[in-house]
Design a protein. Structure first.
Length: 188
């Protein structure tokens, strides 16, 4: 992943960050905050012109992150991720709550559960969600191990809101999981 810092003054983006700020101030837990932000993000997922043309361009090597806003008190950041067909993240979890919404295209999100055994830790698939344009989801650690992929045939763009200072951290990823993946009876 490459990060581009592309903050700009856009009235609709300002409206979005104002709505997120209210949610963050009202949230009591990471999970509650993620739920509030998810609902606040949804109406902006079909706003034309929310992103400039240069914020809609991908990279042929890996998905590209455009930092759109970092709250001055570091309580949240808004980024646009641009994914060309087939691009994906590694299996990972996050340092804080996260909300995503699909602005263009289709993304799939494979969730995992961490299991332990005497032979070593491993991951078990725990559900696959496909999100179309206009759909949003949110989660908070712990238990947020997942992989995100552009599963469509066109460029996908998603808006991500993280409860962290992405301008300083560069990413919200806490850990990348390079463990074996095993199926268990009853897992999706």
């Amino acid at each position: 992943m490459t990060t581009m810092r592309t903050e700009h003054q856009n009235p609709r983006l300002t409206e979005l960050t104002d709505a997120i700020r209210e949610c963050v101030r009202a949230g009591r837990s990471q999970a509650h905050t993620a739920d509030l932000v998810r609902d606040a993000l949804r109406p902006f997922l079909d706003v034309p012109g929310l992103l400039r043309e240069d914020q809609r361009v991908g990279d042929p090597e890996h998905y590209l992150q455009h930092v759109l806003h970092v709250e001055p008190d570091a309580s949240f950041s808004v980024v646009a991720l641009v994914w060309l067909p087939g691009q994906q993240t590694p299996i990972h979890d996050h340092v804080a709550w996260c909300v995503t919404g699909v602005y263009q295209g289709t993304e799939s999100e494979q969730h995992y559960q961490l299991r332990q055994s005497p032979a070593g830790d491993y991951l078990v698939p725990a559900g696959l969600v496909t999100n179309q344009r206009g759909q949003s989801c949110g989660f908070a650690p712990p238990g947020d191990i997942h992989l995100v992929r552009n599963c469509g045939t066109e460029t996908a763009i998603s808006l991500h809101v993280y409860g962290a200072d992405i301008g300083r951290l560069g990413t919200s990823v806490r850990r990348v999981y390079e463990l074996p993946v095993h199926s268990e009876p009853g897992s999706a």
